[in-house]
Write a protein that binds this ligand. Structure first.
Ligand SMILES: [Zn+2]
Length: 143
């Protein structure tokens, strides 16, 4: 299924806004349900060393960034889902939902004018760390 132009543009704009030049492969699927799900693969550089679970990992093949989206029907949720996956590819490899991830995610949600309270509901319901970073950035006046 082709990625809608607006979604491609949102992804590219978000990447450029964060000062990156990554060009991810995008896999797009649509489902007749409310909520969006997605996965992301952080780009890896061939020959570079990474830290994974406190161990050094040597990247043999390298790989391109990839974002997979299964789009639901709720537009606001879809945009948040897309930006969530963009935040993953902009985070260091082998990291997941930690505070540095959420620093990027909240910056993107804020920049693209999503309803932050709704985002907090969706992100925070199963990821307490999302709330911790949200409260921190609020206190610092960044959101
Ligand atoms: Zn995630």
């Amino acid at each position: 299924m082709n990625t809608p132009i607006w979604a491609e543009e949102l992804i590219q704009e978000a990447i450029e806004y964060r000062g990156s030049k990554i060009k991810p492969v995008i896999n797009w699927t649509e489902k007749d349900r409310t909520y969006t799900t997605g996965t992301a693969r952080t780009p890896l550089k061939k020959g570079k060393e990474y830290i994974y679970k406190n161990r050094k990992v040597h990247c043999v093949k390298g790989c391109r960034a990839k974002i997979s989206i299964t789009a639901g029907t709720d537009m606001e949720d879809l945009k948040e889902g897309i930006l969530h996956e963009v935040a993953h590819i902009l985070s260091p490899p082998y990291t997941h939902h930690d505070r540095s991830f959420y620093r990027i995610a909240w910056d993107l949600f804020n920049h693209f004018e999503l309803d932050l309270e709704k985002c907090l509901g969706r992100e925070g319901r199963y990821k307490n760390i999302a709330k911790v970073e949200f409260n921190y950035l609020r206190k610092e006046g960044k959101l």
